[in-house]
Design a binder for this molecule. Structure first.
Ligand code: AMP
Length: 279
């Protein structure tokens, strides 16, 4: 596996790949890699000829300075994991390299996609996501890009961006990997103590509880009941929503196929999100 930290190094490596006609798969990450990320790499290795992974803690998508500062960073371990799982090129750019002064990001109107759920509680977050992912797509020009459904709203935003800008890349959405306890794998879990990790399992339990309730109750009733269920834990709930998978708007009386329950909450001072398809 080759490791590059500059756009020049990236271009040099990719020129050779493009000339050979190989397909390029891309997995963007913020590092502190875990098995969930590795599932994306493995999927990319199976589906494409040459796999590029980026490790970049993108400052423009953080709305909280201490969250950015405390975000776990494990570059050596990340490089070793990527190599073990068959990644061909690891890109570790710096912020100035990503956002040179002459770089102008495109404007992509996101409508309600950026005002609900994560967008509501992290204003500006999805503008930062669009900015960084567009920049990566522009530099790497992948045939396929792999994203986790753990960040279901991010997948919707990226699909919207690709369609709005008529980009050639195919977006592949991959299922969420969980610990045996049910806790969704996340880089932020590294900031939890063993005790907090046990408490945090209540997030996925709330979602599985909601999935059971969905068999006999309306979306609004599921939401009310799941919020009540969650309140027995010491965590602070930020939101619980039952939404349409395409528009991410709230469901109330009627179910639609693929309805998703989305949750965000704080375990101590660590913000965790998760979601589950209910039907
Ligand atoms: P991050 O490093 O958190 O920005 O995540 C990079 C990519 O990995 C995103 O597409 C995430 O949705 C995905 N991802 C994170 N956690 C998981 C997980 N537990 N299972 C599957 N994909 C994940």
């Amino acid at each position: 596996m080759k490791i590059v930290d500059s756009v020049a190094g990236l271009n040099e490596a990719l020129d050779i790949v493009r000339k050979s006609g190989k397909t390029i798969g891309f997995v963007p990450t913020m590092g502190a890699l875990h098995e969930g990320h590795m599932a994306l790499i493995e999927r990319a290795v199976k589906a494409t000829d040459f796999v590029v992974a980026s490790i970049f803690v993108n400052p423009t998508q953080f709305t909280n300075a201490s969250d950015l500062e405390l975000y776990p960073r494990t570059p050596e371990k990340d490089a070793a994991l990527l190599q073990q799982h068959g990644c061909d090129l690891a890109f570790f750019p710096t912020a100035p390299e990503m956002y040179s002064s002459d770089y102008v990001p495109p404007v992509v109107p996101l409508g309600s996609l950026e005002s609900v759920m994560e967008g509501e509680f992290r204003p500006g977050h999805f503008k930062g996501v669009v900015q960084v992912v567009y920049r990566f797509f522009d530099l790497i020009r992948p045939d396929f890009a792999f994203f986790g459904l753990k960040d279901v709203q991010q997948v919707a935003v990226i699909k919207h961006m690709v369609s709005y800008l008529n980009m050639k890349v195919n977006i592949v959405a991959c299922p969420t990997l969980r610990e045996s306890s049910g806790l969704a794998m996340s880089s932020r879990n590294a900031r939890l103590s063993a005790e907090e990790k046990e408490i945090a399992v209540h997030i996925s339990r709330t979602l599985t509880h909601a999935r059971e309730l969905a068999k006999m109750k309306s979306p609004a009733e599921v939401k009310a009941d799941a919020e009540q269920f969650f309140s027995s834990s010491p965590m602070r709930l930020e939101y619980f929503r039952v939404v349409d998978p395409a528009t991410l708007t709230d469901l109330s009386d009627r179910w639609v196929p693929g309805a998703v329950a989305c949750i965000a909450g704080y375990c101590g001072d660590v913000r965790l999100i998760d979601n589950m398809t209910l039907n």
